[in-house]
Structure formats: C-alpha cells, structure tokens
Design a protein around this ligand. Sequence first.
Ligand SMILES: *Cc1c(COP(=O)(O)O)cnc(C)c1O
Length: 352
Amino acid sequence: MSKFWSKVVHGLTPYTPGEQVQMPGLVKLNTNENPYGPSPKAIAAMQAAAGDGLRKYSDPSNAVVKDAVARRFGLTREQVFVGNSSDEVLAHTFHALLKHDLPLLAPDISYSFYPTYCSLYGIECLQVPLNERFEINIADYNQPCGAIIIANPNAPTGIGLSLEQIEALVAAHPEQVVVIDEAYVDFGGQSAAALLGRYDNLLVIQTLSKSRSLAGLRVGFAVGHPDLIAGLERVKNSFNCYPLGQVQQAGAVAALDDVAYTEQTSNAIIASRAWLTAQLQALGFEVLPSQANFIFARHPQHDGAQLAKGLRERAILVRHFTAERINQFLRISIGTDEECSKLVDALKLILA
Ligand SMILES: *Cc1c(COP(=O)(O)O)cnc(C)c1O
C-alpha cells in the first residue's frame, strides 16, 4: 500500500500466473506450455531478424503478421488485430469492446484473467455458472447483457463447444459483441473464425503461445469485423504503438506459415492426451473430456491439493486451483510421452 497509488490500484486483484520454477529434472506441467518447441523456421527467421535493423522502430501496423494471419484464415488485413500476447489483445478488447452499461457475461469457471481485466477497466461482470458436468450451456446466456466472453475450448476444464453452438450464441446476440478466446483451439476444437463472414459482432482471439510453442515470444491476435478491429487499433495506439518488435514479427510470420509443423506437433499432443486420459482413468480419476493441451482431472478418494503437493515433492508441477467448485481437480498440461509417463508413475506411488 502506498499513499501515492491512484485509486484504481487499491482495488486491483492481479492475476496469479502458474509458477515458473527453475529446477534440474523438473517435469513442468503447470502452465500449458508446449513440450515440442517452436518451428525451426520460426527460430531461423528470428535469428535473421536480430541484426542492425533493430536500430529502427518496428512497423507499428504489424502488417506482415496481419497478412500471415489473414492468409491462414482466408481474411483481409482489415479483419486482423495483433498484440504482444493474447493477454494484451484481451486487455484491449475488454477496454475497447466489452465495457458497456449492462454487465459482461462470462462463465463462472474460466480463464481467471477475465475478472482481473474487469476490475482494471471498471466493467461489471456477471458470472454464468457452468452446468453440473462443467459445460457451458449457451441457453444460460440468453439474458440482458452488454457483451459476452467465453473461452472455447474452456479453461481450465478443456471442454469445447461445437461450431453450431457458438454460432447459436453469436446469432442470439446481434447487438452485443461475443468474444471467443481460442487459446487451445488447435488441439481438437473448431475455430469460430469460419463464421466471420456472417456476423459483425464476433471477435475471435488466438495466441501463438500454445499450439505454436511460442509462449516466450508473446504474440497474440484477434480476427473480426473491420469495425471491431478499428476499435482495438484506437486503444492500442493510445497505449503502445509498437507492441511487437521486429524479432517478434519475423518469428510470428514464420510460425503462422509453418502449418505442417503446427499440425504435426498438435497431433502428437492429442495422441499423448488420449494416452494420459486412459492411464488416469485406470487409476480411478475422473477426467473431463479435453480438446486442449491439458486435462482436468479429480480423484474421488484423494484430495486435489494433497495430490498436487505429493507430485511437487517428486519434482512434478501441475496446477491446482482453490476456487470452490474446482478445488478437487488438477490441471495437467500434456508434456512429452516421457513426462506423461513420469507423471503416471508418480501418481501410482502417491495413490498406493
Ligand atoms: C494461455 C491463455 C491465454 C494467454 O495467452 P498469451 O498469448 O500467452 O497471453 C489466453 N487465454 C487463455 C484461455 C489461455 O489459457
């Protein structure tokens, strides 16, 4: 606390990210990082960009990245917004598009940065409970609101909605912006970007952190109607004109263009997820059906916090949340096959 803080600072509850611990031999399955590393083409492009050109400011319009996203989705540059991580894109979205007289609707269990942005920007948020199977029921969103945000697949449950369900949600709210946060969509979900030609109220946000294995590069983007994008550009250019440096721009373009590498590594993660799910079920865990690069699992006879602690003592980190409805679950990122095996072996010892 300081008397020098502005009023808003006193009221903030900052987001707590998963720990980034350095420990030899650590199996780190707590922050949904991709175990396979970025595309070699992205690394080469970044090395080539790390030269004398850094003396100049980067292109403030991020044109090359926008064009790479546009190529990927069959869109135009005017339908693309780029930011320094999807967290930054989300922050600008809350500020530019989600602050209205009526409350924002979001699931009660979802990405916990959403309530944080609401408190930062003074947005009233109404949390809509997931059903008893931890699913989003889109009919529950048929109520007066200023805007809607959901993650699809949702986090930390991993459960996805179909494109038909997303379209029904977007179509039911033509006067509200509907934001779909697709951080995990490449691991088995369907992107709502396919709907963009038909709806001017839809904004889809993605990141290069998960399926492109570039969490450390900090690049995210949004796609939507040019009017929504123009609103985001206004906020961005009132905040930081150069959120991406040249190295980031070069790496992002190469990663977005290396579609084969993304598919190959994402498919490997999907296969490991199926294996790990079966192994945990055999140990008595209930595992929610995941379309993400993590699974959300609980054991009917073993406390979630205790399991997380036992794993930690064996140098395996998973994420445990203390929120009431989910405090018996562990969120486990899908690692390499070797890391997944180590996790299963450790759980066998802990459960015995
Ligand atoms: C990881 C994650 C993000 C943030 O991704 P960054 O681009 O690394 O900031 C956004 N939304 C959800 C649901 C996530 O899990």
